[in-house]
Structure formats: structure tokens, C-alpha cells
Design a protein around this ligand. Structure first.
Ligand SMILES: [Zn+2]
Length: 272
């Protein structure tokens, strides 16, 4: 039922804006990212309440922490996030859009399945972000998920590594643990909530890597020759090499969160 008092909805908006102000002050997001994070966060808090909001905030803090972790080293690889790791609006919408729509769904009725889908979507976003950042720290170069015999250079879309896998597991288990502690998806045993979250994180990360290895747009840097997901590298526009031109990293992130949500829902329906 849609039953939200004006005062409560204004307080919710103030809380989301306050978080966005902290994030922009910490240079975790840029100016348009500020608006995007309010657009993403508000439906989540309004629909799912503070427990849902804590889950997405956990993802955000986790992403920022792992992006900053050994940033200079990752920069020396040529694979660090651009601009000191400050996230822009497409990144925020790509990682949080599906979760935000599920927040709207919860506002309009929702229920346990929506909570499970939500945990899966956030878990996939967190897993993918942490796997990308930790994967860059793997001692040996990654291998292509569609052909594990093939070694690729760090930062290549579709590349997987033991450290990346550890990141997926760590992030999805943590999101699941937070969800279980807060009683999101109440009615499910805490261990089930963690399992459902890990399923979403794993399936989302696999979908991300398979899309990255197959139809994601590939480009390389004309200056240093490294593969890059970005439109610019070393201050020059990157050159297109293969894949579907409109499928950039953001599109792949949306795909990953959809698969994460479905993966969690799938395990939930099996366990039920
Ligand atoms: Zn370059």
C-alpha cells in the first residue's frame, strides 16, 4: 500500500541528501553523481526503509574503500578507476538503478520476493565492484572467463582471477550478512539470506564477466596500447576494436545487477 506521510518522506529526502553531501565532500562522487545518487537512494529509503538504505550504503562504502585501496599501484597498472575513483552519474545509475526500481516496487506493495531481488541486485553491484578492484591486485594476470587457457592483461573485460573471485565472495557474503542482521527478507533464516546474497553476487559477476568477454565494446589506448573500458586513456580517446558499440561498462553493470537479482530470487525459490 502506498502510505507515506509528507513529513516522513521529507525526512527521508533530507537523509539521502545528507549522505550525498558526505559522498561529494569525500570526492567519492562528482556533481552530477550527487544528483544521481539522490535519485537512486531516495526510492530505496522511501520504499524499503532504513534497513534497505543501510544495505545500499554498505555497498557504496565498500566500493569506495576498495577503489581507494592501493589506488596508486592500480594507477601504475593503467587500470585504476579514472579521476581518483570519483564515481560519475552513469556509474551510479548503472550500479544502483535496478535496486532503486525495486525500492519503488517495494513502495507499491513489494514483499519478500522484492526484498530478495533487492539483496541480489545490490550484492551483484558490490561483488562486481570489489572483484574488479581486488582482481587488479592478483599477482598473476587474469584469464578470460570464456577461455581460461587464455591469459589477458589486467583490466581486460571478461578477465577473471582468484583475487577477483575472492572479492565477489567477500562482498556478496558481507551484503548478505548485513541484510540478515537487519532482518531484510524477514521470514528467511539468516544463513539463507547470506546464501541468497552470495548466489546473486556470483551469478551477477559471472554475467558481468561473460558479457565483458563476448559482446561488450572493446577498445584500446592509442598511447600505451593497454585495453581500456574507458573512452579516454593517457589523455587520448581510445580506439574501438570489437564488440557492440553501445554496450559499454555501464550497460554491462546493469546486466550484472539484473542477473544478480534473478540469481538471488532463483535460489530463494529453490530453497523455499
Ligand atoms: Zn594509455
Amino acid at each position: 500500500m502506498l502510505q507515506v506521510s509528507l513529513l516522513a518522506s521529507l525526512i527521508d529526502l533530507a537523509i539521502v541528501v545528507a549522505f550525498a553531501v558526505i559522498a561529494i565532500e569525500a570526492r567519492a562522487i562528482d556533481r552530477r553523481g550527487f544528483l544521481a545518487s539522490i535519485a537512486v537512494g531516495y526510492p530505496i529509503l522511501l520504499g524499503g526503509g532504513w534497513t534497505w538504505f543501510v544495505i545500499v550504503a554498505t555497498f557504496f562504502v565498500l566500493g569506495v574503500a576498495f577503489t581507494w585501496y592501493r589506488y596508486e599501484y592500480k594507477k601504475s597498472l593503467g587500470s585504476a578507476q579514472e579521476k581518483g575513483g570519483t564515481r560519475n552519474w552513469p556509474n551510479i545509475l548503472a550500479n544502483g538503478g535496478v535496486a532503486s526500481l525495486l525500492g519503488l516496487g517495494e513502495l507499491l506493495g513489494g514483499g519478500l520476493l522484492f526484498a530478495v531481488l533487492y539483496v541480489g541486485a545490490v550484492s551483484a553491484a558490490a561483488s562486481d565492484t570489489v572483484a574488479t578492484e581486488l582482481g587488479l591486485l592478483n599477482r598473476s594476470p587474469p584469464r578470460l572467463i570464456t577461455n581460461l587457457m587464455r591469459v589477458v592483461s589486467p583490466g581486460t573485460s571478461g578477465g577473471v582471477s582468484p583475487m577477483g573471485f575472492a572479492g565477489t565472495f567477500l562482498a556478496s557474503a558481507l551484503i548478505g550478512a548485513v541484510a540478515a542482521m537487519l532482518g531484510v527478507a524477514s521470514g528467511l533464516q539468516p544463513a539463507y539470506v547470506v546464501a541468497v546474497s552470495v548466489a546473486g553476487g556470483l551469478i551477477g559477476s559471472i554475467a558481468d564477466s561473460v558479457a565483458g568477454a563476448t559482446f561488450q565494446r572493446k577498445s584500446f589506448c592509442v598511447v600505451c596500447g593497454k585495453p581500456s573500458e574507458n573512452l579516454d586513456h593517457c589523455g587520448e580517446p581510445t580506439r574501438f576494436s570489437s564488440g557492440l558499440k553501445f554496450v559499454d561498462n555501464h550497460v554491462v553493470n546493469v546486466i550484472a545487477t539484473v542477473f544478480g537479482a534473478l540469481g538471488s530470487a532463483g535460489l530463494y525459490l529453490l530453497l523455499r
